[in-house]
Design a protein around this ligand. Structure first.
Ligand code: UTP
Length: 225
């Protein structure tokens, strides 16, 4: 299978700890023996902190995004270091480069591309671009809930949902630099228009990537309309 895995920066850089990178590198290497793997790494806390400074400097939103993108690429480089020889040792800056680099047969790791969306969108566009069989979005929550689980005790995990219904739930969220919550609407649009097989699961449990690849019941699975 050709797989695109989006790993949130908040997963990899929760506490600037190399262990998480090593854990993911081991698992990705194993999976790459059987599958073709593309990884998109998010910005997480360092991106948000840098964006905060840029905003205080009076820069506009797109410039904040620009700095966010740079940070995602640094994060991608850290994962490349952890992966070593199993990965192509350059971070693609766009989708064409990602495809070109993949001719090496190695794992591809990228960060952001251009302003106005998150790395969730990058992963969905990349999945379209390389015609991936599966998109796995590893985030800091278990999946999509009926309502905010941090605020409501009776919030329930949605195990299956169409992209249209997901869009209905997500569309009210904020789209400022560094503030994408859960998954951004551009990503959902791509998932919808290309009917991308997608699983959103908790990346704090790296084994969830394997569970998603195996088709096990995990997180929220986006189903055909
Ligand atoms: P992310 O979207 O990956 O970070 O990129 P996040 O929202 O903090 O999510 P997690 O924690 O990684 O899951 C960080 C910021 O970089 C900019 C946006 O401002 C985004 O909020 N960015 C990223 C872009 O503008 N374009 C991109 O292609 C990627």
């Amino acid at each position: 299978m050709r797989i695109v895995a989006a790993i949130g920066g908040s997963i990899l850089l929760q506490d600037y700890n190399a262990e998480r990178f090593k854990e993911y590198a081991k698992l990705l290497k194993e999976q790459s023996e059987e599958h073709e793997i593309f990884v998109v790494v998010g910005g997480g806390k360092p991106a948000r902190e840098y964006i905060g400074v840029v905003r205080d400097l009076g820069a506009g939103e797109a410039k904040c995004d620009d700095i966010g993108i740079e940070v995602t690429r640094v994060n991608a480089k850290l994962l490349l270091l952890a992966l070593g020889d199993a990965a192509y040792q350059r971070v693609p800056h766009n989708f064409q480069e990602a495809l070109e680099f993949s001719a090496s047969g190695k794992i591809i790791v990228m960060g952001g591309t251009e302003p106005a969306h998150s790395t969730d969108a990058v992963s969905a566009i990349l999945a379209e671009y390389v015609q991936a069989d599966l998109l796995v979005n590893l985030t800091a929550v278990d999946g999509l809930y009926t309502k905010d689980p941090k605020k409501y005790d009776d919030a329930e995990l949605i195990e299956e949902i169409t992209a249209s219904d997901m869009m209905g739930i997500i569309s009210g969220n904020d789209v400022k630099a560094g503030t994408y919550e859960f998954i951004d609407t551009t990503a959902i649009q791509m998932i919808k228009r290309s009917n991308l097989e997608t699983v959103i699961a908790n990346g704090n449990e790296p084994q969830n990537l394997i569970r998603a690849i195996k088709g096990e019941k995990i997180g929220t699975r986006v189903i055909s309309e």
